[in-house]
Design a protein around this ligand. Sequence first.
Ligand SMILES: [Zn+2]
Length: 403
Amino acid sequence: MIKLDALAKSIALATLTMCATASVGFAATPSTMAVSAASAAATPLSASAQRVQAMLPKNWSSNVSNAKARLGIPETEWSGMVERAINPSDYQCSNTAMNDWIDGLDVSDLIGAISGIYYATGDLDFAYSAVLDFAQYDAMLFGYESKANRFGRNGEYTQLLTAEMKDLRRFWDVDGENVQLVPMHGSDVYGSVDRLARLIQNAYIGVDDELANLLGQIVYDNVQANPGMLANGGHPYLSLNAFAVGSSGQAGGAILMGDGIMQAMSAVGLGDVAPRAILGHEFGHHVQYQKNLFASSLPTAAERTRRTELMADSFSTYFLTHARGESLNAKRLLPSLQSFYQIGDCGFTSSGHHGTPNQRLRSATWGSDVADQARPQGHILPASTFDAMFEQKLPEFVAPDAH
Ligand SMILES: [Zn+2]
């Protein structure tokens, strides 16, 4: 079995041989990608790659590398787990069951597909995105809420999440009807050349029909040639993410729930609590959008992000514990969430930092306590009142010695 973090070692070989059939891989870090691009420049391109390169629009490279941000896909603690697996030296997280599970996945077919797409296009960034990002792009661009949607690889979370979404819309005093609940499946996007071409044309700027079809065909062929990409609804890496999409001061947007992240949660024994907590958290971000709660005078980006993430955690547990929410038993809920937060990120100074496991647990426990104190009358606090209470508590949640 090949692991992604072993790829850096084979980069020189890979770029020098440019061989589609050899078992080679490529490193994902920007620095090693630069190395590989430099090596590749000195290597004759395949005929296919020469054709593709001649057709690429201007600024293609920034076009590809900025696509995720342009489409509005945020960095999340979940997407960070894939990056940690690819480039472990950038991440200081201690090993957790989730990291072990991710590290143990066989990625040889992902590498095969990346290698093949690179060989046929001469573009490593594109090859990586075509394998690791396209399922997210497709859900982001073309996903929508529908009764026909299913959640989880075998639809195992469809009922749970659909029912919870209904409850969330009733619970919070915001417009939840226009927030769509959208699944993110790993393999669907690779179903046809047409679907891939449509994605490529919408994700990147200046791609004409001919180039979109050519790139779509290349991606399609290389994915089909590596069946582990598609097995059982798609490799978990392809959809290992969940996030809220919205804009401050506006209703609407979506919550995208990836099969891969739910599969990973279930594999490490978090059962159905984790998907429920994730959905409650992401809906919390929509409450923040609509109530303009992202605004903050905190001095650093890391502190601002941590504040809104911890707030979303407490929104989630308030709802999950509340008698008029999911009415989950706090004594059972919180131990599950404890292991859930252990999974969380360790990028303490990063602008994408979600809070330490302890900070998250304090915020979550507090949200749950507020709900418990509301029993038995069943009053639901307005979101802005709940936020005002949260702001009072935040210094306690983040102080290292707080309890
Ligand atoms: Zn969040």
